[in-house]
Design a protein. Structure first.
Lengths: 194, 78
């Protein structure tokens, strides 16, 4: 094979620089959404900031492995969730709490017995839950359930995207989502109504 | 609350996700049509989901975007 001419080489470099700049712009345009998910996956704002920076550092380094035309948001979130799993291993989080036995009406039933059936008809109770109570409740859920709830119910990802991001079958996403939502309601009941 | 309500509770998440079969959908609708107890709980669940979603519309901290922009051009070998 002959050496590329200096001309061809210069064109290749220019094309690559352009592709790279476009990739970086596209990725940065999603930063708000990436941060939003990060903020719900980790306990504090500082940790979320670190996690997003690590995610972008890795994304920018490995930009060539992104296939243009595929879902960039899902690709970034996949990096982020993997990094978060690694962090979790390092930090050795406190052991997770007891297995969940509660059902889907759990929180509503608690609300109804505290404030009456009519309370369920208004948004008052829901509005009384603070931002913090959601963050705290989420951080108490086992990570494998929390990740799915955050991706689907907050990040608006489809089951299929969430499955791709987390590298698990769709059926697993669905069963974790169901359990995760019930766990969230149980924690919210403890947070908000205790 | 009896067995039909237990069944309705089981269908709650898939009802809101719109992943029920037609038969299950009808089953839930028929029951909800005559049961205040379940109807209130479905409604509550809907507002809760909305809340969880909108509680998270938190903006990025100021300065983070600049930090991310500075990462551009990072070398794969760095």
């Amino acid at each position: 094979m002959s050496e590329p001419s200096p001309d061809t080489e210069a064109r290749r470099i220019a094309t690559e620089a352009r592709d790279r700049a476009r990739f970086e712009e596209d990725a940065l345009a999603l930063a708000d959404q990436v941060y939003r998910v990060a903020r719900r996956l980790v306990g504090s704002r500082e940790e979320a900031e670190d996690l997003v920076q690590e995610t972008y550092a890795r994304a920018f380094r490995s930009w060539r492995s992104f296939t243009p035309g595929t879902n960039l948001r899902a690709w970034l979130l996949r990096i982020l969730t993997n990094l978060n799993v690694d962090r979790g291993r390092k930090v050795q989080r406190t052991p997770q709490t007891q297995p969940l036995e509660e059902t889907d009406y759990y929180l509503a039933n608690k609300v109804a017995s505290a404030a009456g059936e009519d309370a369920l008809e208004t948004d008052d109770v829901v509005e009384r839950l603070s931002q913090d109570s959601i963050v705290n409740a989420l951080s108490d859920i086992q990570p494998q359930f929390r990740d799915v709830v955050v991706l689907v119910d907050i990040g608006d990802f489809s089951y299929a995207d969430a499955a791709q991001i987390l590298d698990v079958p769709i059926g697993t996403v669905m069963s974790r989502l169901h359990r995760g939502r019930r766990a969230l309601k149980q924690r919210l009941a403890e947070e908000a109504l205790s | 609350m009896g067995a039909p309500c237990d069944r309705c509770e089981e269908l709650l998440q898939d009802f809101l996700d719109r992943t029920l079969t037609d038969a299950e959908w009808r089953e839930a609708e028929d029951h909800l049509g005559g049961c205040d107890y379940c109807r209130r709980r479905y409604r509550f669940e809907e507002s809760l989901r909305r809340y969880v979603r909108t509680s998270s519309v938190e903006r990025m901290p100021p300065g983070l975007m600049d930090k991310l922009a500075e990462l551009r051009g990072l070398d794969a070998t760095a």
